[in-house]
Design a binder for this molecule. Structure first.
Ligand code: ADP
Length: 423
């Protein structure tokens, strides 16, 4: 169990790709942190730097107060589970889990106790005598997690551990990981590109794009107070709707106006007092903005101020219908919760059905049209990747000699310890 500290951590690969820029994060003891973002945003690189499998170009990483920049992977007291859980095919489940402990010359009795405890936690006691080929994908992944658990690491690192599983199994294993977390009370860093996984697993989520951290926050914070357009669009399904609109300030009051002469007409959204107070504190004046409204925050209404449109597509999801309408020349998705009776009765959202809607002012997000920044937040504009010329000028850094021992160990040794590398 340990707290972690990443201070201005940067990674430049030999091909001069800057994979991670100045990554700053303090992770509390026993916290579950999820790094999430699209492919190539630097999640795995960050995790691998924590593991010691990738050298750190700049900055410092501390585990439990100890600087580990130059500490080899095996001495960092971490365990890692990968997407490709390579089990030893010729060994039983028991021996696969016990292997690392045997290498470390633990007494047989201790090994047996740890293996059985891990098997119990993962509900694979029945499978201990089987070989990997006689296991399902989900069971194999549990064995891989078992191998990591028996090490009782200070920090548990997981790199897309569920992405090789089919959707049903992934959902099941997701709840297994939540249970695992309750039983194995340690610090977790979990990498995924799946925002649902991030939202359901993380105490805090780190959203990354092009090597830059976009926002760090609890699932509620990033959902309800996205720092910028990228986070707003990345978190939440169906995706947030975005509109060109105008923010109007009248004294201390703020509203948003959409539309104009087109067939949809004009909609005026009064922002909530909380939102007004934050805009006022940031001294935001009337201006063009991008308005963001989640599909679940659009309300069907018969009120005079509601705008009229009609259903183009309706997707019945069971407890809700996702309706797609056209307004102000673009598609708008609205999530309409439906009761049990309604879901069994005739669909009222047939193609062409009239729909009138309003935006909830307490859940309408105003973003700077140019920078994408949430105008309620006092943060710097989101950063984008450095221009290529800068990278070329910087050149590929030489690996400082003192970092050489933090590099991955030779392949033969990695194979000797399956927990140190994905072998
Ligand atoms: P993610 O895990 O978010 O998909 P990665 O951390 O794997 O992203 O990669 C971040 C960036 O670094 C990408 O542009 C990727 O192509 C690059 N990259 C990753 N590994 C290497 C490597 N060994 N050498 C050079 N570039 C790499």
């Amino acid at each position: 169990m340990a707290e972690l500290s990443l201070r201005k951590v940067k990674k430049v690969y030999d091909n001069s790709v800057v994979a991670v820029h100045s990554f700053d994060l303090e992770i509390a003891d026993k916290e579950f942190i999820v790094l999430v973002g699209p492919s190539g945003c630097g999640k795995s690189t960050t995790l691998r730097m924590v593991a010691g499998l990738e050298e750190i170009t700049e900055g410092e990483i501390y585990i439990g107060g100890r600087k580990v920049n130059n500490v080899p992977p095996k001495s960092r007291d971490i365990a890692m589970v990968f997407q490709n859980y390579a089990l030893y095919p010729h060994m039983t489940v028991y021996d696969n889990i016990a292997y690392g402990l045997k290498l470390r010359k633990f007494p047989k009795r201790v090994i047996d106790q740890k293996v059985r405890e891990a098997a119990e936690i993962l509900d694979i006691t029945e499978l201990l005598k089987r070989k990997p080929k006689a296991l399902s994908g989900g069971q194999r992944q549990r064995v891989a997690i078992g191998r990591a658990i028996v090490r009782e690491p200070q920090v548990f690192l997981m790199d897309e551990p569920l992405s090789n599983l089919d959707a049903k199994l992934r959902n099941q294993m997701r709840s297994e990981i939540i249970k695992l977390r309750q039983k194995v009370n340690t610090t977790f860093i979990y990498v995924t590109h799946d925002q649902t996984e991030a939202m359901t697993l993380g105490d805090r989520i780190v959203i990354m794009k092009e090597g830059y951290v976009q926002q760090v926050g609890t699932p509620q914070e990033v959902f309800h107070h996205p720092a910028n357009l990228f986070v707003a669009g990345f978190i939440g399904t169906p995706q947030m709707n975005f509109f060109d609109a105008r923010l109007l300030r009248e004294g201390d009051r703020y509203s948003v106006e959409l539309g104009g002469d087109g067939p949809t007409g004009t909609l005026r959204v009064r922002l909530s007092p909380e939102k007004e107070a934050r805009l006022l504190a940031n001294q935001v004046e009337s201006r063009d903005i991008t308005l963001g409204v989640r599909p679940e925050h659009i309300l069907l209404s018969e009120g005079a101020e509601a705008v009229s449109t009609s259903v183009e597509v309706a997707e019945m999801m069971g407890s809700a219908v996702h309706i797609h309408v056209s307004a102000w020349g673009r598609e708008v998705v609205i999530v309409v919760p439906v009761s049990e009776e309604e879901s069994e009765s005739e669909n009222r959202f047939w193609r062409g059905a009239a729909v009138r809607f309003l935006f909830r002012g307490s859940a309408s997000h105003v973003f700077d049209r140019e920078t994408g920044m949430n105008l309620e937040r006092q943060t710097e504009p989101p950063r984008v990747a450095e221009p290529a010329e800068d990278l070329a000028a910087e050149g590929a850094p030489d690996v400082p000699a003192e970092m050489a021992d933090a590099l991955p160990e030779p392949a033969s040794q990695e194979q000797a310890d399956p927990f140190a590398e994905d072998e």
